[in-house]
Design a protein around this ligand. Structure first.
Ligand SMILES: Nc1ncnc2c1ncn2[C@@H]1O[C@H](COP(=O)(O)OP(=O)(O)OP(=O)(O)O)[C@@H](O)[C@H]1O
Length: 333
């Protein structure tokens, strides 16, 4: 069998924010996963589940108030990024690992021309002058579908539409040919037609370059379109992990089931009600004793209230639930 090569391995990532000697916030609590070469992994979950803190841990860009437990490791190309120090991380960020955000203005500097901004990472990492990389900037703008790249290179960010700015941000992230791209809600702010174009561009570039991608989104339509594998996060933990096809077909965790039943389908539109998951994600400074999802779960039992489940293999995927759907179906039969 062909050996699968992982590009990044996140191991026992635990992030905390000390508030006082007896209180801490735990936005990410013992998260482990890896991403293989050329694979798109989607990180899904409601607001506050810890997706961004996980992604920013990889980039070393979380706020300094966020600390990590010492067993946390992020192995990338043979090096542990945890505790690597900002100077060394800077040589990896933008070069080997890049990130794009929901709001391009977060990444783009309003007072610099587009061409210069895109070239910055190349100039920094290759130690060359702008003139030498102008062609590469032109090429990458062409690839992300910016028309008339020569002219656009001389424009400022505010002169472009939202969709164009998003393309420029993707160009900027990919110019150094990173092996991992982290995309945090890359199309959430765009209208649906532009969103579809941007997703197409990302997918094509990913295929052409065998790029690995961590795609953070709460939009399951985007996940269905893009992802090979899905990690479902709830309250700082991965509660289900598996290949995208099987998770959409048969979610194992009640939370994943809830997320899936809140997607509209054409067939069900007239008769079926969309189900919202009642309640909210627990406060990360007051996590319950047992399963974090207990208070919102329609299948919860006393055991769930008292004992915390762990992520365990089931049907080739992993799930953290005392009564995963498969087991429940078997129990009822
Ligand atoms: N610097 C911080 N100080 C205090 N709390 C924080 C900090 N950063 C994150 N948190 C808390 O950690 C939890 C996880 O946040 P995170 O931003 O990772 O969630 P998310 O899943 O990305 O949500 P969203 O989809 O809204 O971005 C939240 O409860 C958030 O309020």
């Amino acid at each position: 069998m062909e050996e699968v090569e992982s590009v990044i391995e996140v191991k026992n990532l635990k992030a905390y924010i000390p508030i006082d000697p007896r209180t801490e916030i735990n936005p990410v609590n013992d998260v482990s996963f890896s991403i293989n070469k050329g694979e798109i992994v989607a990180l899904v979950g409601e607001s506050g589940s810890g997706k961004s803190v996980t992604a920013l841990s990889i980039m070393g860009l979380n706020s300094p108030s966020i600390k990590y437990h010492k067993e946390s490791a992020i192995n990338f190309e043979g090096k542990n990024l945890m505790g690597m120090g900002d100077r060394n991380l800077r040589t990896i960020r933008g070069n080997d690992i890049s990130m794009i955000f929901q709001d391009p203005m977060f990444s783009l500097n309003p007072v610099h021309k587009i061409g210069k901004q895109i070239s910055e990472a190349l100039i920094l990492h290759k130690n060359v002058i702008y003139k030498k990389v102008k062609n590469e900037v032109y090429e990458i703008l062409n690839k992300v579908g910016v028309s008339d790249p020569g002219r656009q290179m001389d424009n400022y960010p505010h002169q472009l539409s939202g969709g164009m700015r998003q393309r420029v941000m993707i160009a900027m992230a990919l110019i150094c040919q990173p092996s991992l791209l982290i995309a945090d809600e890359p199309t959430t702010a765009l209208d649906v037609t532009i969103q579809a174009q941007i997703l197409d561009i990302m997918k094509n570039l990913q295929k052409d370059t065998d790029l690995s991608m961590l795609l953070i989104t709460h939009d399951l339509g985007v996940v269905a379109e893009m992802a090979d594998r899905i990690l479902v996060m709830y309250s700082g933990k991965v509660v289900e992990e598996g290949d995208a096809y099987s998770i959409f077909k048969q979610p194992l965790h009640p939370y994943t089931e809830g997320l899936m039943s809140s997607i509209p389908t054409l067939e069900g539109e007239s008769e079926e009600q969309l189900e919202a998951i009642p309640g909210t994600v627990p406060n990360p400074s007051e996590l319950p004793k047992g399963c974090n999802f207990y208070g919102r779960c329609k299948y919860g039992t006393e055991k769930c209230k008292e004992q915390e489940p762990i992520l365990e293999p089931l049907n080739g995927n992993r799930v953290s639930c005392w009564y995963p759907l498969k087991g429940r179906n078997d129990m009822s039969g």
